[in-house]
Ligand binder design. Structure first.
Ligand code: MRU
Length: 367
């Protein structure tokens, strides 16, 4: 049997022939690898809400392909009618998940394409939307790679690294964010030992991170969420690398529920916590963590979703926030594609965006 490696699949892809957004249904992993084709607004919204495609950057790229496909279906030559339909679809897709800023970031970027091209025939606007979505996917790969290069400067061969949730290839278009230094290090013979938190309640660490790292030949050990203190106290962890769904202007970071617990424990054991953050996930319009909307998810994810029998009494009250905020003073550095931001984040993150703008301006001048 010649089973394809999970790393050989594209997390998010555009199928032009079938006018479809193609994703790996991540809810079935690691047991089954199934690609699904999405065509309608409802299918795309459901896939994002149900975490068939998940992870902030992957959600952004999926939304960009999605809105392009929906715009393509709009049958009109009139810009105003086209734009009105686009805005409605955009609002709908944007309502699927509130915390990952990449969703609105990607949709806003697509809307800007419409607005900038309003003098063009609708058919040409559609082509521009396609080009922008394809570009966003390529950009995501480059961004993750750059995060990996910067992240790799923070660790040394043989280090123990702990990660939480899945900020891996399955959460992006390639490399992942938190896993990018791990994959680049693996290519260069660093021999890290990685500890993956299982990440209750949806088990992204067990089902996805442990799976993709193992498939890549990385030395990975799966632990329950309540074991991170033990491995840190044992001296097995030199650094924590995690992803994020929204970084506020002061460095407070929303990521998968449980990240703040890991960060508090890491502080106790003097282990640095690094947030791997594409600039698309940094929201300078959100001043602090308290301003971030935290997604609340249904009770059944906690009580019975992954178990043959329910693990809680029927009807019990459940609190199920999908994300938490790690206070900026628990974070040793925010690793972006343009370098590593350190305290005070209000200034260093602004500097990262200054670097971004000047690099982008230089690229435009050269083009
Ligand atoms: O609910 P999920 O699985 O979408 O949550 C994902 C995370 O919290 C990731 O750490 C984050 O999106 C960064 S992915 C590079």
């Amino acid at each position: 049997m010649n089973e394809k490696n999970i790393m050989d699949y594209e997390t998010v892809a555009l199928d032009d022939e079938r006018d479809a957004l193609v994703i790996i249904d991540q809810t079935l992993l690691p047991g089954r690898t199934e690609l699904i084709s999405l065509h309608t607004a409802q299918e795309i919204w459901d896939a994002i809400y149900l975490l068939k495609v998940r992870g902030a950057p992957a959600i952004g790229v999926a939304a960009a392909f999605g809105i392009y496909l929906l715009a393509k279906q709009t049958d009109t030559q009139e810009y105003e009618v086209f734009y009105e339909a686009f805005r409605k679809q955009k609002e709908y897709l944007n309502s699927a998940r509130p915390t990952a800023v990449n969703l609105s970031w990607a949709l806003n970027r697509m809307e800007q394409v419409c607005v900038r091209s309003r003098e063009l025939p609708v058919e040409q606007i559609k082509e521009k939307l396609r080009a922008e979505a394809v570009h966003m996917k390529e950009e995501d790969i480059q961004v993750c790679k750059a995060i990996g290069e910067h992240g790799l400067t923070l660790v040394k061969p043989g280090d123990g690294i702990l990660t939480h949730c899945n900020a891996g290839q399955l959460a992006t278009c390639k490399y992942g964010t938190a896993t990018a230094p791990i994959y680049l290090g693996q290519e260069r013979g660093y021999r890290f030992s990685v500890f993956a938190d299982e990440t209750r309640p949806l088990l992204q660490g067990a089902r996805l991170t442990a799976y993709e790292l193992q498939a890549s030949g990385v030395d990975v050990t799966l632990i329950c969420d309540n074991m991170s203190a033990t491995v840190m106290r044992n001296g097995w962890i030199n650094a924590v690398f995690v992803g994020c769904d929204r970084v506020a202007a002061n460095g407070d970071t929303a990521n998968k529920i449980g990240t703040s617990v890991v960060a508090a424990v890491a502080k106790r054991y003097h282990v640095p916590v690094y947030i791997c953050a594409p600039t698309s996930t940094i929201d300078m319009d959100t001043p602090a963590g308290a301003d971030i909307t935290i997604e609340q998810r249904p009770a059944h994810e906690v009580t019975d979703m992954w178990y043959e029998k329910p693990t809680a009494p029927e009807g019990v009250k459940v609190f199920n926030p999908a994300f938490d905020v790690t206070d900026h003073d628990l974070i040793a550095g925010i690793v972006t594609e343009y370098g590593i931001a350190r305290e005070p984040y209000t200034e260093s993150l602004r500097e990262i965006f200054r670097i971004k703008e000047s690099k982008q301006a230089a690229l435009k001048t050269r083009a």
